[in-house]
Ligand binder design. Structure first.
Ligand code: CMP
Length: 141
């Protein structure tokens, strides 16, 4: 399988629950390397730009107000099949439908406050990584 990079966000609910370390352990135990990371309190305009693809969805307003409600922890993960691996570790978008033992099943409360974001394809991953990190921020090994 190819080595990929993906963007991961630990959302305000999970940051407030103080589980950044537990989430990072899951990444590392699954063979994913954290090659860039930063904590940010997003502005409305940042969040709206990042989630522009969802602009006309009925949940957009709630999504934006949730994403600016507190700091988020943003990281680039690298590893074999990183995009699918990260999505497997997160579990389904709706924590009520997420498999037991996944991050969302363990730490999320609702489809809006769902603890994590992860890129869903190679194309989106490249766009999302570039949204938050410049080339010099991403550690190459
Ligand atoms: P995320 O992976 O960050 O991408 C878009 C987010 O919109 C999603 O996680 C959810 O947190 C949020 N959202 C809220 N309601 C819905 C919904 N009905 N369907 C999909 N995503 C939703």
């Amino acid at each position: 399988m190819a080595i990929e990079r993906t963007l991961s966000i630990i959302k305000p609910d999970a940051v407030a629950k103080n589980v950044i370390g537990q989430v990072y352990s899951r990444f590392e135990n699954a063979g994913l390397k954290i090659i860039a990371a930063r904590m940010v309190h997003l502005s409305n305009s940042d969040a709206e730009k990042f989630y522009a693809a969802h602009k006309y969805r009925p949940f957009f307003k709630d999504l934006i107000s949730f994403m600016v409600s507190g700091p988020v922890m943003i990281q680039v993960l690298e590893g074999e099949g990183a995009i699918a691996k990260n999505r497997y570790l997160m579990g389904a978008t709706d924590p009520n439908k997420a498999e037991k033992g996944t991050i969302r099943s363990d730490f999320a409360d609702s489809i809006n406050a769902n603890a994590m974001h992860g890129s869903d394809s190679l194309e989106t991953a490249a766009i999302e990584v570039a949204f938050f990190f410049s080339e010099v921020d991403v550690y190459s090994r």
